[in-house]
Design a binder for this molecule. Structure first.
Ligand code: PLP
Length: 358
């Protein structure tokens, strides 16, 4: 039986994506070769890469003057590549969680980092507001969805300097005003496909702002842009699966439809949490993530947390254990997760509570 997958990442993928990718692994377009065996420079694979790039542009309504890249190295490599390429004197960062912290740490290798605001004082349960972005910063970096702590920025901020966003865990879950960003990037493994490929949407003019330091060729955006993401052999199977995932999003009605589904899943779970006498949410209401829903048991029931995980597992629900820095539970509800799985989790929470709370 297929599980109800609430994993934080890699995450659940749509059934047609798994099927079509499995078929392409066996044989790509009657070529007599697997997608793993064809030349990445041959017409069959080039079409896959071009399709993936144009689908991403179409789905996010990417304006002219932006390019798409699919690279290796994960979002974590971007934490280093961004400051290596664009931090000349100082960069501004918003500290909203573990991933934002990792991005800040890498940036410090290359220059001055102004952390404009941090929610570390309250274990990242909110997104800081009311900070001022310095006009002399080379760029401003944000993390739109904090996967571990379950907070999310649902509006695209205004920035007087190039805005760069890690959207690893909420890409394709809502329409985004790409024109407000100089760069959007992330690991594909939450909403866009399997692990092993990183998506980058980059404003072409950002390339004119490259820092004056020696940068290895493979770590320059320019290099990859000039080769259409084929400077070195791309992760072909992963790119294939990304293309399939993007097609699935399109066939489902695009990011507006994804947003409706994300709202429906999140509303149901948060309602269940808020009406519960046993469970309580950890993030402040106004900054709650639709993608990663974090909750714990109230102190008087706390010792039952591991038992609830087993109780849910018996119904095929997997991946709801919270990250160690928050504890309790985290239900990650990415694009491919069906509402029916969320209903099952909500019903399971109610049933468990009814058994235990007298
Ligand atoms: C998962 C995640 C990352 C890490 O991505 P890798 O591809 O594993 O490097 C970075 N940022 C956010 C917001 C994430 O959720």
């Amino acid at each position: 039986m297929k599980k109800h997958i609430f994993n934080p990442g890699p995450c659940k993928l749509p059934e047609p994506v798994l099927e079509n990718t499995a078929n392409a692994v066996r044989e790509l377009n009657q070529s007599g070769m697997s997608v793993m065996e064809v030349s990445h420079r041959g017409k069959d694979f080039e079409a896959v890469m071009e399709d993936a790039m144009s689908l991403l542009k179409e789905l996010l309504d990417v304006p002219r003057g932006y390019s798409v890249l699919f690279l290796g190295g994960g979002a974590s490599l971007q934490f280093a590549m961004i400051p290596m390429n664009f931090l000349k004197t100082k960069a501004a960062y918003l500290h909203t969680g573990t991933w934002a912290g990792n991005a800040i740490r890498e940036a410090k290798v290359f220059g001055q980092v102004d952390v404009l605001a941090s929610s570390e004082d309250k274990n990242f349960t909110y997104v800081p507001k009311g900070y001022r972005i310095p006009e002399d910063a080379d760029y401003f970096h944000i993390t739109t969805n904090n996967t571990i702590f379950g907070t999310e920025m649902l509006t695209d901020p205004d920035s007087p300097v190039p805005l760069i966003a890690d959207m690893s865990s909420d890409i394709l879950s809502r329409p985004v005003d790409v024109s407000k960003y100089a760069m959007i990037y992330g690991g594909a493994q939450k909403n866009m496909g399997p692990a092993g490929v990183t998506f980058i949407i980059i404003w072409d003019e950002l390339l004119e702002k490259v820092a004056d330091r020696p940068i290895p060729r493979i770590l320059k955006y320019e290099t990859h842009l000039s080769k259409g993401s084929m400077f070195n052999t791309p992760p072909v199977v992963n790119v294939y699966a990304v293309r399939e995932t993007l097609l699935w999003v399109k066939n489902m009605g695009g990011v507006k439809e994804m947003e409706k589904l994300a709202k429906a899943r999140a509303d149901l779970l948060y309602k269940t949490i808020d009406e519960s006498r046993m469970f309580v949410g950890t993030a402040v209401q106004e900054d709650r993530s639709r993608m990663n829903i974090c909750f714990v048991m109230k102190p008087e029931y706390k010792e039952l947390e591991p038992d609830f995980i087993s109780y849910a597992a018996a119904k095929g629900i997997v991946g709801i254990k919270g990250h160690r820095s928050v504890g309790g539970f985290r239900a990650s509800c990415y694009n491919a997760l069906e509402l029916q799985s969320v209903k099952l989790l909500a019903d399971t929470m109610k049933e468990y509570e009814a058994n235990k709370v007298k």
